[in-house]
Design a protein around this ligand. Structure first.
Ligand code: AMP
Length: 270
């Protein structure tokens, strides 16, 4: 992959890159379509990265669909799929990690302490292998997007990090590979996440500036169905992810909730 990337550089080809963990859905495909537009060469990586899963998490049962993914990659006219083994990504004796300090502390970082270290490390490794000019990430994983943008800035990476809007089901549920874990009842209950974002947006639009009042309404809306339990609900500065005490622009509402045993996240600008 790296020699292919270097040969493309020599030919002055602009490389777009979409890193994923596979089980591709329309959300991933929206990133690939954007990549197809922005680059001469489009690279997709599929790698379920063990370093970003805690031992108690769903690494083993994470959905995998290599055949389906390759067909979708071909439909999106991907030039190369990088599909490495664990031995390639983490050779024996591997001991170097990337730590993005502040933006990874709260939100998902609070309940998943080593997650973003795993993400930042694997993304930097993938960048070094794929040598992209542009890398495209989804706003669905907003804290991840900010973490990668921060890393790219802090480490002078010669890559533009582009964020794309969250793709949703017609009823509002954000597409996620983990939606496959939901039972029929949980799938209905999961709608409360996107519905609660709408409530917050409406409150903010109506000039309700009391953050606690907004957070309280969001929590109520998420938990009303009895199947959903919030992990966190926060309103943060969109760029630094610092928690806000009074509503001001640009702000982002970020939520994580368990629907049964499945942990889902969602967010929106407010
Ligand atoms: P994943 O395979 O879940 O690690 O995601 C790979 C990339 O796809 C990340 O940049 C995600 O933010 C992005 N992504 C996942 N779900 C969505 C979605 N519903 N809409 C847009 N992008 C998404």
């Amino acid at each position: 992959m790296q020699s292919l990337a270097f040969s493309w550089h020599k030919q002055n080809q602009k490389i777009s890159f979409v890193p994923t963990m596979g089980a591709l859905h329309e959300g991933h495909l929206s990133l690939l379509r954007e990549g197809r537009k922005t680059g001469d060469k489009l690279v997709l990586s599929i790698y379920v990265n063990p370093a970003q899963f805690a031992p108690t998490e769903d690494l083993a049962k994470y959905p995998r669909d290599t055949k389906g993914d390759l067909a979708k990659a071909s439909d999106c006219r991907v030039d190369a799929v990088f599909f490495p083994s664990n031995e390639v990504m983490y050779p024996k004796g591997c001991q170097t990690y990337v730590e993005v300090a502040n933006v990874t502390k709260g939100l998902c970082g609070a309940s998943r302490p080593s997650h973003f270290r795993g993400v930042a490390t694997v993304v930097l490794k993938l960048f070094n292998i794929v040598q992209p000019h542009v890398a495209i990430f989804g706003e669905k994983d907003y804290q991840q997007l900010i973490t990668i943008q921060t890393m790219a800035r802090d480490l002078n990476l010669p890559v533009e990090i582009k964020g794309m809007p969250t793709v949703r089901e017609p009823d509002g549920l954000a597409l996620s590979s983990r939606n496959a874990y939901l039972s029929k009842e949980e799938r209905i209950a999961a709608l409360s996440l996107s519905q609660s974002l709408k409530i917050a947006k409406e409150m903010a639009a109506a000039e309700k500036k009391d953050i606690n009042e907004i957070l309280e309404s969001v929590k109520k809306a998420i938990e009303a169905n009895g199947l959903t339990k919030t992990d966190y609900i926060k309103i943060c500065d969109s760029e630094t992810l610092e928690e806000l005490t009074t509503l001001k622009s640009p702000a982002r509402l970020l939520i994580a909730a368990f629907v049964g045993k499945t942990r889902l996240i969602d967010n929106c600008g407010i």
